[in-house]
Design a protein around this ligand. Structure first.
Ligand code: CA
Length: 359
């Protein structure tokens, strides 16, 4: 009885408090929609947009309510840049290299063949010049970017036929993400830029000969092992592909400082969370793929060597033509060089020893 009476009184007090607190009412909730380039079934990639959305909504106590949306619900998979630029949606989550057709420089905010690995990329973004340079670049698209996820080194994809040497790439119709196609076409590959949700039917029908997506966890879900038996590594075109949250610049600038801090922290959280998720989930998925009869093999050395040479020829050509690229690549490639010089000491020797042990 006493308790009920207390609750009743608290209720009345609450109503009175709300009635005498106009500041609470004046503060309207802001609503953002984040359009993703990835199908909802991929809880790693699409999941990062959801992690970001939930974190911002919870940390702001609902003052900034963010929702994630799969491709097609608001915007097509490859429509993210246009939609965010125009303000059709407040934000997007994507792999920037999808947009290299607008400007090759997009790829440097994601992955280029023989680029930096996940840790090095994050170092460049957070404590090198990466964030500053990419933000300068995105200004022309009215976009403000935040690193939001990395897959780690990807696998080299699924092939109907074995790849025994660089000769086997000639005429190969290969679904490959982003800018890598520019490099691989020099070796005779016919690159196909197909969104994640449409790869399986193309590989099943034989419209394409091979396809890469990410790595064991996602690839198992997408079922490629059912239609192509040869699974190669490494995906040298994606040594540490970084995903990004894009926000419309005006939307971002209109935000008060405390909500800006919440958005930044949520993006960093989702960024770390995705890599952790992939690292935790890939081992079991690879075991399952092998149990299903997948043939896992390293790409021949001559494929990597020829691709490395072709990649750096492409970079020199793009540098000569594209000022945006030239400026960013100069810094990116310098940072990459320094990182590999350092990783060659402690990281490499530790890993080499550990790989040689029975764990
Ligand atoms: Ca990929």
């Amino acid at each position: 009885m006493e308790r009920r009476s207390f609750v009743k009184h608290a209720g009345v007090a609450g109503i009175l408090a709300a009635g005498t607190a106009p500041a609470v009412h004046a503060q309207q909730s802001i609503r953002w929609r984040i359009t993703s380039s990835f199908p909802k079934s991929l809880d790693t990639l699409y999941g990062a947009a959801e992690v970001f959305a939930k974190q911002v909504t919870a940390a702001s106590g609902g003052r900034l309510t963010v929702t994630a949306h799969p491709p097609g619900e608001l915007v097509p998979a490859f429509g993210v840049v246009d939609a965010v630029q125009k303000g059709t949606v407040e934000g997007g989550h994507t792999a920037p290299y999808y947009f290299f057709g607008k400007d090759e420089t997009f790829a440097l905010d994601c992955a280029v063949p023989f680029g930096m690995n996940s840790r090095q990329m994050t170092a460049w973004m957070y404590h090198g010049n990466g964030l500053k340079l990419t933000r300068d670049f995105y200004r022309q698209y009215d976009i403000v970017n935040f690193p939001c996820g990395n897959t780690g080194v990807q696998m080299g994809g699924w092939y109907r036929k074995e790849i025994k040497s660089v000769e086997d790439l000639k005429g190969l119709k290969f679904r490959v993400g982003g800018f890598a196609g520019r490099v691989l076409e020099r070796l005779g590959v016919v690159p196909q830029n197909i969104p994640g949700g449409e790869i399986y039917p193309a590989l099943e029908k034989g419209t394409i000969d091979a396809a890469e997506w990410v790595g064991p966890y996602d690839d198992l879900k997408l079922g490629f092992y059912k239609v192509a038996k040869n699974y190669y590594y490494p995906g040298f075109w994606e040594g540490g592909p970084q995903l990004s949250i894009y926000l419309n610049a005006k939307t971002w600038e209109a935000l008060p400082a405390d909500l800006k801090a919440i958005v930044e922290a949520a993006a960093s959280h989702a960024h770390v969370d995705m890599q952790a998720r992939y690292d935790a989930l890939n081992p079991q998925a690879l075991r399952k793929l092998i149990a299903e009869g997948t043939r896992v093999a390293a790409l021949p050395r001559d494929v990597l060597q020829a691709s490395f040479k072709a990649a750096h020829e492409v970079y020199a050509e793009v540098s000569a033509k594209n000022q945006n690229w030239n400026k960013m690549w100069a810094d990116y490639s310098r940072f990459r060089g320094e990182q590999y010089q350092w990783f060659n000491y402690a990281e490499r020797s530790y890993d080499n020893f550990m790989f040689s042990q029975k764990l």
